[in-house]
Write a protein that binds this ligand. Structure first.
Ligand SMILES: NC(=O)C1=CN([C@@H]2O[C@H](COP(=O)(O)OP(=O)(O)OC[C@H]3O[C@@H](n4cnc5c(N)ncnc54)[C@H](O)[C@@H]3O)[C@@H](O)[C@H]2O)C=CC1
Ligand SMILES: O=C(CO)COP(=O)(O)O
Length: 332
């Protein structure tokens, strides 16, 4: 069985190494010459992992036709590039390919979840199913083989199980599930909460505040996710509370880091002027604002993040906005 990973960034490289460690036939496609040669010639991807030497079995290419005949194609590019990438690879795919999604967020214009984008953008006869491989997993820790558990979620359980077998090993354990809506919504929304957590830390708030944020953030995720048909218990698992904890508390999280900078500077201006990193929660905050408003879903924390990012609300005024809200609705 052959796997092609599309994207030579941090997550594509780390997942490629998991498969190389499992002695699977795997290659990474990257559009960036420097990243591709760094992997092939130096067994490093220095831009993302300064110190780490990669498994020498991991190779990379800039030739997209490598996708031809692959059994598994894993898309490790930001959500904004998924539709375009699906259209680019469609011509190379053989029938019944399992396409693996690892991106966390929504289509920037249509607000669709990633599985829906992929199903719409790839010819149906080419696709066995989409499997979302998501959960609490910073690439920086997977690449140094820290113990990690994530979910393989698919509407076709036999495909989820194939992905489980492909990736599982002594440091990377995969669980399967079928609640695509609950899992993908949890994975997307936790990025907005991680920005909120970063902002609060940057403003100087400590442990009580973070516990409040994680707990009340989870309530918002459940409210939003169940409104759209996700199952409440999914949010108690790896793609919900698991991913929420890891991103709301970790220095590796780009969403947390973005929030931290905004909180410390008490303004969003430098972030918009200088950010070059993949911070999925920023676009997700805008989509959640739009969708929640239309459907009357109460999302107070997400709304504050949206107001800071897009309406230049001062971060240090948001604590009062949240803490002094009308208490009538708060019964648990
Ligand atoms: N890095 C991590 O720890 C994890 C990331 N993810 C998700 O994986 C997705 C990818 O993120 P990362 O690998 O972290 O990002 P990254 O920024 O490290 O790498 C992104 C890669 O995609 C390529 N790329 C960007 N735009 C492109 C385009 N328009 N067309 C083709 N290629 C393009 C870049 O050249 C780069 O190789 C995101 O949705 C992220 O939320 C999920 C779990 C863990
Ligand atoms: O999703 C992630 C870990 O599970 C990565 O988080 P960031 O995108 O915030 O770095």
């Amino acid at each position: 069985m052959r796997t092609v990973i599309i994207g030579s960034g941090s997550w594509g490289t780390a997942l490629g190494q998991v498969l190389a460690d499992n002695q699977q036939d795997v290659i990474v496609y990257g559009r960036n010459q420097a990243e591709v040669s760094d992997i092939n010639e130096n067994h490093h991807n220095t831009k993302y992992f300064k110190e780490t030497e990669l498994n020498p079995l991991l190779t990379a290419t800039q030739d997209l036709s490598v996708v031809e005949g692959a059994d598994f194609v894993l898309l490790a590019v930001p959500t904004i590039a998924i539709e375009d990438m699906c259209k680019k690879i469609d011509g190379y795919l053989k029938p019944n390919t399992i396409v693996i999604n690892v991106s966390k967020g929504f289509h920037p214009e249509t607000n669709e979840r990633m599985s829906d984008v992929i199903r719409r953008s790839i010819s149906s006869n080419k696709l066995s199913s989409v499997v979302s491989l998501i959960g609490p997993s910073h690439a920086e820790e997977v690449v140094i083989r820290q113990l990690t558990t994530i979910d393989a979620i698919s509407l076709k359980m036999e495909d989820a199980k194939q992905v489980q077998m492909l990736f599982s090993n002594r440091y990377f354990r995969i669980y399967t599930g079928s609640d695509e809506i609950g899992s993908e919504l949890g994975a997307a929304l936790k990025n907005v909460m991680a920005i909120a957590s970063g902002i609060l830390s940057g403003l100087g708030y400590q442990d009580n505040t973070r516990a409040a944020l994680i707990t009340r953030g989870l309530q918002e995720m459940v409210r939003y996710g169940t409104f759209f048909g996700g199952q409440e218990r999914t949010f108690m698992g790896l793609t919900g509370i698991g991913d929420l904890i890891v991103t709301c508390t970790s220095k590796h999280s780009r969403n947390f880091e973005c929030g931290y900078q905004i909180g410390q500077e008490n303004t969003v201006d430098n972030f918009w002027a200088n950010n070059t990193k993949t911070v999925e929660g920023v676009r997700t905050a805008k989509i959640v604002h739009r969708v929640a408003e239309k459907n009357h879903i109460s999302m107070p924390i997400c709304e504050e993040v949206y107001q800071i990012l897009y309406n230049h609300k001062k971060p240090d005024t948001c604590a009062d906005s949240l803490m002094l809200r009308d208490l009538k609705e708060e019964f648990r």
